[in-house]
Write a protein that binds this ligand. Structure first.
Ligand code: FES
Ligand code: FES
Length: 141
């Protein structure tokens, strides 16, 4: 790993955790969202070295054995995806939001998810998915 390797590059290219997507690669779209010590970060926008000693959770880390995480299930049940390219980042952003605020209002979900773009404009279903997961309130890691 080079000193300039981003966390997203490390995850995708070296650790082969390809659920984390790189789209804009400069901190604008949220496709690379992961949790760093349970806080939402853009993995393309930070150096891998800066994550040393910290907990990093990717979309792969949400799976519970063979079972989908409740947020992943909510996205499936509520059609929270179309092409799916933004979905890992959306789900990680939602997980960060629900860890901070287990019962957000619709407005809080809108604000909490505002850092994640969806080119398919699946926003209404994404918001419904997050609200449904919050209703069951089981954001587990
Ligand atoms: S790829 Fe990281 S914010 Fe767009
Ligand atoms: S589902 Fe296609 S970019 Fe969001």
């Amino acid at each position: 790993m080079e000193p300039q390797t981003s966390l997203a590059e490390l995850l995708r290219h070296q650790l082969k955790l390809t659920g984390t997507k790189i789209v804009c690669n400069h901190g604008e779209c949220g496709a690379c969202t992961v949790l760093l010590d349970n806080k939402v970060v853009y993995a393309c926008h930070m150096l891998a070295l800066d994550a040393a000693g910290k907990s990093v959770i990717t979309i792969e880390g949400l799976l519970q054995g063979e079972e989908l995480h409740p947020l992943q299930k909510a996205f499936v049940d509520h059609d929270g995806l179309q092409c799916g390219f933004c979905t890992p980042g959306q789900i990680m952003a939602a997980q960060g939001l629900l860890l901070k605020n287990p019962h957000p209002t619709r407005e809080e979900v809108l604000v909490g998810m505002s850092g994640n773009l969806c080119r398919c404009a699946a926003y209404p279903h994404i918001i419904e998915s997050v609200l449904a997961a919050a209703q069951n309130n089981s954001p587990k890691i």
